[in-house]
Write a protein that binds this ligand. Structure first.
Ligand SMILES: *Cc1c(COP(=O)(O)O)cnc(C)c1O
Length: 232
């Protein structure tokens, strides 16, 4: 665990960063005639310590994202026990053998990208009497190394999750290629969501969340702008 942990960040710094990011979200939303409250800030805490996360909770933040199941288990059970209103999102790739654990801890799984995972979530949810909300991750850039279903397969996976498995599918998520203009990717994700009647779009990170808001993001996943650079 220790090797994942970025040095603790001071409470005042975390607080100031949250205020700044929230102000930027509000400005970006108003610029396109949206209400700031339509955009949920998912604070991404991968590599950050429970102490740093505690400062965010003290600042009023309740929605968090982690990208690894094992790391999340090292930090979140105690924090969630202390704050019942926390909503924890899994935003990283999910392996079949970790589904049962993920279903037990996360409130939202944003990275569903294939039938096997959808069916495993369904089964684990039935077993545990708790099923997280889900998002389907779409690999809008069709990058070989990236998780997410291909855009051409999205409609079928949406139908499988929602209609056949009866999962609480809320929307779509994407992580555009790092070196491309993100707008086209955000627009594509919005188009797929719209034609399938899905309300939520998880898109936009530190580098591009304002652009994502312009294209309809209802969740932005922000790490570095809130907690500084991560230790590798
Ligand atoms: C790390 C991560 C983020 C946050 O990235 P920042 O650039 O630090 O804001 C968002 N989404 C996913 C899927 C991530 O893994």
């Amino acid at each position: 665990m220790a090797e994942y942990v970025t040095a603790d960040i001071a409470a005042a710094e975390v607080q100031a960063n949250f205020a700044a990011v929230k102000a930027r979200i509000a400005t970006a939303a108003r610029e396109v005639g949206r209400e700031p409250a339509e955009v949920t800030l998912v604070a991404v805490t991968k590599t950050h310590s429970a102490a740093t996360i505690g400062h965010a909770i003290a600042a009023g933040q309740r929605v968090f994202g982690e990208n690894r199941v094992q790391e999340a288990f090292a930090k979140w059970p105690a924090l969630k026990a202390a704050h019942a209103d926390i909503r924890l999102h899994l935003i990283g790739p999910l392996q079949r053998n970790k589904v049962r654990r993920a279903v037990g801890l996360f409130d939202v799984i944003e990275s569903v990208d294939r039938e096997e995972i959808a069916r495993a979530i369904k089964a684990a949810g039935a077993e545990q009497g708790r099923t997280p909300d889900i998002f389907i991750q779409v690999n809008t850039g069709e990058e070989a190394q990236k998780s997410g279903c291909a855009p051409a397969e999205a409609d079928a996976l949406i139908a499988l999750c929602r209609d056949e498995c009866g999962l609480p599918l809320r929307g779509l998520m994407c992580v555009p290629p790092v070196d491309e203009e993100p707008s086209l990717h955000f627009a594509l994700l919005a188009t797929i969501a719209k034609r399938n009647g899905l309300a939520e779009l998880s898109m936009g990170m530190t580098a591009d969340f304002e652009i994502a808001i312009r294209f309809g993001a209802t969740l932005v996943r922000v790490g570095s702008a809130l907690f500084g650079a991560r230790d590798p």
